[in-house]
Design a protein around this ligand. Structure first.
Ligand SMILES: Nc1ncnc2c1ncn2[C@@H]1O[C@H](COP(=O)(O)OP(=O)(O)OP(=O)(O)O)[C@@H](O)[C@H]1O
Ligand SMILES: Cc1ncc(C[n+]2csc(CCO)c2C)c(N)n1
Length: 261
């Protein structure tokens, strides 16, 4: 096991000008799935260099950005928030939405022939194909609408974290975020307490963890075993600004997102 720390910061939930220059991520991509856009979606949009809609996610962008930013004219907003790509099996996007973005120059990738991988999987593959190897370590893919809703979709979305375990991917909902902590590294999580926490969890995924050790949590693990059917760390609380995690298995990290008053 390598002992170099991998650091994690949710600075994508802060306005871009507040961005932490020490972040190891310099290149965000955004994937919009087919669930209600979170209220902070415009912020993620501003951080992202590449914006991709997964099939019916394009309907959400078209319909809901105007609801989030009602100070401006809907038609202006719809043309300003133009995705770079729409990819998927195209059974959920409305024709009028597809035609609208196609006219604006969005690249449309119809993969209806592939009924074995999810639209999110297809979008992640696209983003990785577009990213030169040298830039992949700086890439972080933010995924909206990934949690809550249909449980089969949620599990499919979590499975994507495991299938692309070498890529930083953050699954987001209005209320929380999830990402993988690969066992290959020790992890340092810099908690942005103005926008996230204190509720958090650490969950072994795929296989039990014989030994996990943490610092910075109210209920720290100390070479503790975690497994489904035994202990998994839910309803934990972050104590300060830094949490460290080390484990012999990949773990899911989840932390609550604070609602704006
Ligand atoms: N209720 C949901 N909960 C979580 N994720 C979702 C949900 N609905 C859609 N998604 C995500 O958004 C992506 C695109 O959604 P879309 O509705 O276009 O998918 P789909 O392939 O048509 O789904 P299905 O045919 O199973 O209903 C899905 O692949 C999934 O990752
Ligand atoms: C064993 C197995 N279970 C389910 C599906 C169905 N499926 C999985 S991903 C996908 C595309 C959704 O956009 C569909 C239809 C399959 N192919 N194989």
């Amino acid at each position: 096991m390598e002992d170099s720390f991998m650091s994690h910061r949710s600075t994508f939930l802060l306005p871009p000008q507040n961005k932490d220059n020490t972040s190891s991520v310099t290149n965000y991509a955004l994937v919009i799935l087919n669930q209600r856009l979170p209220t902070y979606a415009p912020l993620l949009w501003d951080h992202a260099k590449l914006r991709v809609c997964a099939d019916g996610g394009a309907n959400r962008l078209f319909d809901e950005m105007t609801q989030l930013l009602h100070s401006e004219q809907p038609s202006l907003l719809q043309s300003r928030y133009k995705p770079d790509v729409i990819k998927g099996d195209m059974d959920s996007i409305r024709t009028e939405v597809l035609e609208y973005y196609k006219k604006l120059g969005t690249k449309i990738i119809d993969e209806s022939h592939d009924q074995d991988t999810t639209d999110l999987h297809k979008c992640i593959s696209y983003i990785l194909d577009q990213t030169p190897d040298i830039d992949k370590s700086k890439l972080c893919i933010l995924v909206t609408g990934a949690l809550g809703g249909r449980f089969d979709h949620e599990m499919g979305n979590i499975n994507v974290l495991c299938r692309f375990s070498n890529t930083r991917i953050v699954l987001l909902s209005e209320d929380c975020l999830i990402h993988l902590l690969p066992q290959s590294h020790c992890h340092k999580i810099f908690v942005q307490s103005s926008i996230e926490g204190p509720h958090c969890g650490l969950i072994p995924i795929g296989m039990p963890s014989a030994k996990s050790t943490t610092t910075g949590l109210r209920w720290d693990l100390n070479n503790t075993e975690m497994r489904f059917g035994g202990l998994v760390s839910t309803s934990n609380i972050v104590k300060g600004d830094i949490v460290t995690v080390q484990s012999d298995s990949d773990l899911l990290w989840t932390i609550s997102i604070k609602r704006k008053p």
